[in-house]
Design a protein around this ligand. Structure first.
Ligand code: XMP
Length: 325
């Protein structure tokens, strides 16, 4: 029978056998896969592992800081924190098309990844949180088309952009490749990852940048980060975080008229997107209590400057997508 303890032992043996005394690079994303991976590799090879976290500036409020702190305090793994916020926001300056945004963010990621891995390297191996469904997927992105070997052709969190440059095609270490997501969660929990990582709702690679419709600016990012934090707090307080597939805020790049005190306001609307789903392929808009919606709406309008209206998205998927971009 499969147990997490047996898996961890076996994975550590396998990593040591594959890597020997070579150096391994791992790009942390903040999700359960890369976090579990980091733990296993650190246990297996200690200082031969370098964990890098590229902060695109599109994560949720306090998440980058929390991640670095968690790794330092709980796992004694020091993370190479790369502050690339300016680079990323510049890369999408003036861009309003959703696919173009994704493309530029993806390219910027590869470019930062390239320079940082050279600065911290050289590395022989790249650790990726490939899971079993990724391996059996017919269009496996990490097989070298020429040799058929498993090498790092694409970065998992940015699989929708072009590949890594040829000189960065590290050999892969993929200790999670036989696991399904629920098994990774079990392993993650058994090694002491907090529930907020183990059961994190899906969060897109380009992050908040695709939840700001139209141009991404730092003003809009700050507004959305604050609104998003209120959503998370209230969803948690209501005990709904794990019942919903995703619950998040979207900022629309338009302004509408409102009134506060005896002042006329002219500010952004925030959309609440709460959905129930099994796999993200189809989704139902979530029937959450009106009182919860009221609390969230009041808090956002009162606490987040620049927002004067909150609307609830009642579109299921299909025909709507879960994200707005
Ligand atoms: P849609 O919006 O297509 O989303 O209904 C389905 C699921 O995919 C996530 N999503 C993304 N994840 N990069 C990602 O890593 C992306 O560009 C991206 N776009 C959508 C979305 O959050 C939902 O869970």
């Amino acid at each position: 029978t499969w147990t997490t303890a047996a898996f961890v032992e076996e994975a550590i043996r396998e990593i040591r056998a594959r890597v020997g005394d070579k150096r391994v690079l791992l790009a942390l994303s903040g999700g359960v896969d890369s976090s579990t991976l980091a733990f296993l590799l650190h246990r297996a090879i200690g200082d031969q592992l370098t964990c890098m976290f590229i902060d695109q500036g599109f994560m949720r409020k306090l998440e980058p800081e929390r991640l670095v702190k968690l790794f330092a305090e709980q796992f004694h793994i020091s993370v190479e924190y790369v502050n690339a916020r300016d680079r990323f926001i510049n890369s999408v300056k003036g861009i309003t098309d959703p696919e173009e945004k994704r493309k530029r963010i993806g390219h910027e990621f590869i470019s930062v990844f390239e320079s940082e891995s050279k600065r911290l390297g050289p590395f022989d191996y790249l650790a990726q949180g490939t899971l079993y469904p990724d391996v059996i997927e017919s269009a496996d992105t990490n097989v070298d088309p020429q040799t058929g070997e498993r090498v790092a052709v694409k970065i998992k969190s940015h699989h929708n952009v072009g590949g890594l440059p040829k000189d960065l095609r590290f050999k892969l270490v993929e200790p999670l490749r036989k696991l399904f997501k629920d098994e990774v969660r079990k392993v993650g929990r058994s090694i002491g990852l907090p529930e907020e990582i183990v059961n994190r709702q899906p969060f897109p690679g380009p992050g908040l940048a695709i939840r700001i419709l139209g141009e991404v600016t730092s003003e809009r990012l700050n507004i959305l980060r604050d609104a998003d934090l209120i959503v998370r707090q209230e969803i948690n307080r209501a005990g709904l975080y794990h019942d919903l597939w995703q619950a998040f805020a979207v900022l629309l790049p338009i302004r509408s008229v409102g009134v506060m005190g005896d002042q006329r306001t002219y500010a952004y609307p925030i959309v609440l997107r709460f959905v129930a789903s099994e796999d993200g392929m189809t989704a139902d808009w979530a029937r959450v209590p009106y009182d919860l919606l009221e609390t969230i709406s009041n808090r956002i309008v009162n606490e987040v400057r620049g927002v004067n209206r909150v609307v609830y998205d009642i579109t299921s998927k299909p025909p709507g997508t879960i994200e707005w971009e």
